[in-house]
Design a protein around this ligand. Structure first.
Ligand code: SAH
Length: 385
């Protein structure tokens, strides 16, 4: 069965100064691997964040730069690829938030990491209930992957999207911003508690093989948050400065220009120690050091830290709450019943199964969270009871 790309926290623990060599699997000699090895050979071990950046995002060789990772034939599947109901409900959430904010015209509709464009295509179809929303919106897509941009063009070309490499080139103005499974793809730093205090984890080359290592103490230790202070030896803490900086940018933007942003992803509602870095290839977990540039790498999103960064920038936050609560409050059961009423028996059971995957607490219902960031005056948003 096609699995969502999440697992619970666990993973290797290293003692200070130890490395555990990991063999390269056959066929893993990709150019992303070469690049990483050359980089380490030239200037020493890299942080886990730099390792993730090279493996995932390096133009020309990184995982996202070279493929469409989604779907049954790819490496993992996401909520919009599981059911059209997900994008439709998010589209209605966008329309509702826009109306609560006084229906500004024009406004930016922004998606971060739009994948195949499925979420946005479903959202814009649902948004036809409010034609003025469609005529006021200007579509902007933040996407580093050239292959995925091509798929987005096919799905969304009729809406004349503009693409961006990051948020810095988005024009000013009120914006609705959505990102599903976007923050988890951003590079994380990992720290390990040792008998002599925190050390940053890194990736080194031992006998031409990639291996985990612990880096000497340095200014990076300042990235650790208050929630990490009481860790026991061998425990791991993760920090994602890229996600925090996006939360801060989005928060400042909401405070100044309004409307709202919605992030859905997997991770805990409260900050805590624990390791979540994972590699997924062809719907199976694999060794993060074994398939450089050929496997997806993600970390859990620290929603409390993301929300905090947005509030510090002046915005109001809503949630994070369980994806099940968010989707049920938005009416996923009613939507499923409506779709089922017009469907064949086989389709009815597929609709029911898809809804279960999205909201069952043992599947995507509770590990996945929804967090909204809005203008401070927007006190209530749909889906956040
Ligand atoms: N939102 C989609 C895809 C999730 S996969 C869905 O739910 O199906 C992660 C997406 O983020 C991909 O589109 C990937 O190419 C994009 N991405 C990853 N890192 C990025 C970065 N640093 N900047 C912009 N986009 C990125």
């Amino acid at each position: 069965m096609v699995q969502p790309r999440v697992r619970l926290r666990n993973g290797p623990r290293l003692k200070a100064g130890m490395t555990d060599g990991v063999a390269e699997s056959a066929g893993a000699m990709t150019s992303a691997l070469d690049l990483l090895k050359r980089r380490i050979a030239a200037s020493g071990p890299v942080t886990v964040a730099e390792f993730m950046r090279i493996a995932l995002a390096e133009q020309g060789t990184g995982y996202y730069a070279t493929r469409d990772p989604l779907g049954g034939a790819g490496d993992f599947i996401t909520a919009p690829e599981i059911s059209q109901m997900f994008g439709e409900l998010l589209g209605l959430w966008c329309v509702d938030s826009w109306e609560r904010a006084g229906a500004p015209d024009p406004f930016l509709l922004v998606e971060l990491g739009p994948g195949r464009g499925t979420l946005m295509a479903d959202a814009l179809r649902a948004a036809k209930v409010r034609r003025p929303f469609l005529s006021a919106m200007r579509l902007h897509l933040v996407e580093i992957s050239r292959p995925l941009r091509a798929l987005q063009e096919q799905r969304l070309g009729a809406f004349h999207p503009l693409w961006h490499d990051d948020l810095t080139t988005l024009p000013d103005g009120p914006a609705l911003i959505v990102g599903n499974e976007f923050l988890d793809a951003l590079p994380i730093h990992q720290f390990q508690m040792t008998e002599r205090g925190w050390r940053e984890r890194g990736v080194d080359l031992v006998n031409d093989t990639l291996a985990w290592t612990l880096l000497p103490p340095g200014p990076q230790l300042a990235l650790l948050q208050a929630a990490h202070k009481r860790a026991k030896p061998d425990e791991i803490a993760e920090v994602c400065p890229a996600a925090l900086s996006i939360a801060s940018t989005v928060g400042a933007r909401m405070a100044e220009e309004g409307i709202a942003a919605l992030f859905i992803d997997y991770g805990p509602a409260d900050s805590a120690v624990g390791e979540s870095l994972q590699a997924v290839k062809a719907h199976r977990f694999c060794d993060p050091l074994a398939e450089i540039g050929a496997a997806d790498l993600t970390g859990h999103v620290d929603f409390a830290a993301v929300a905090n960064a947005a509030r510090e920038a002046g915005a109001r936050t809503h949630g994070a709450l369980a994806q099940a609560t968010f989707l049920e409050t938005l009416g996923i059961r009613t939507r499923a019943a409506l779709l089922s009423a017009k469907a064949s028996e086989a389709d009815r059971s597929a609709i029911a199964q898809a809804m279960t995957r999205l909201i069952d607490p043992r599947q995507m219902g509770s590990l996945f969270k929804a967090l909204a960031i809005s203008h401070p005056d927007l006190q209530e948003l749909a889906g956040f009871p």
